[in-house]
Design a binder for this molecule. Sequence first.
Ligand SMILES: *Cc1c(COP(=O)(O)O)cnc(C)c1O
Length: 382
Amino acid sequence: MSVPATAHVDLAAISHNVGVLREKAAGAEVMVIVKADGYGHGIIPVAHAALAGGASRLGVASLAEAMLLRRAAIDAPMLCWLYGPGEPFHEAVAADVDLSAGSVRLVEEIADAAVRAGRTARLHLKADTGLSRNGATPADWPSVVDAALRAQSEGHVRVVGLWSHMACADEPGHPSIASQLKVFADAVELAEKAGVRPEVRHLANSAATLTIPEARYDLVRPGIAAYGLSPIPSHPASDGREGRNFGLRPAMTLTGRLVIAKRVGPGTGVSYGHRYTTERETTLGLVPLGYADGIPRAGTNLLEVWAAGSRRRIAGTVCMDQFVIDVGDDEIHAGDEVILFGPGDRGEPTAQDWADLLGTISYEIVTRIGARVPRAYDGGPA
Ligand SMILES: *Cc1c(COP(=O)(O)O)cnc(C)c1O
């Protein structure tokens, strides 16, 4: 059976990448981040592949993502960090999901949820060391630590982690890196002096795991690198040639099968708005993937795909469900496979190539591949 489009996910590549990250972590634990449906790769298979590759923990943004993993019987230690007041923390506590708190209010709410769940909540206190998203500022940090120690002495929570997140780890030498390292070290020192005995202190995303040894502490939290995409595409170790890219291997290959191929004459307007016109008699192929599937409409007349042995620019407007390529006099047929992006082995563009042309990051390319595109898995753990 042939399906019109598929996102192939190489689970062996994910396990391999986690192995690379483990080496880089130099003894620190590895928590692979599987939020946003495993960066578009499929959260459950990715979680299994990450654990098979040596991750000891998983990280997700929302409570719903954590519960999804638990319902799939994935019982690895897991951290979840993005929520506001009033969310069902008692369910997460009952499911043994570690929770983050960066305010007194959240510490108290999670302590109440622990009472309701009849179980001690495992808490990671989050410091805002300079990203200005979640977490307690240095001014608020002492009161958050106090609130957590109070709840701990009452038996409602156990402070198992101290953590933060970096703003510019993907820009080696950025002055905020040294500043965040210092603010984090101070926050850790203050908490430990107050009596906190964390299992893990953690700060490093993919970029920091690969390039900032001082950020590794007890645990690293790579996301994008586990999927084989470079967090620092401009880095010398990341020039995209095979075997480079920090030794990472892109896990996702997006393919489609041509719906139709046909000869048209010169001067033929193509797709909505006729933003492409053929110069001579030529062959057009129709690819059944569009912006509803995550092919950016901004890729009109810009992005390349691999078809009939070479790269072809998208001809005209990317539509909701489809786009057209112009292959000149090369032979193509309905049913032929087109590779939109992949590891680049066969000459196809990479997600990084698309991101470069669009002025974005590879994260956005892979996470936005839509739910309509079936995922097919190769090389999964037995
Ligand atoms: C997404 C995320 C990560 C992973 O970031 P990458 O750049 O993909 O490695 C780590 N920690 C937190 C808090 C995150 O939100």
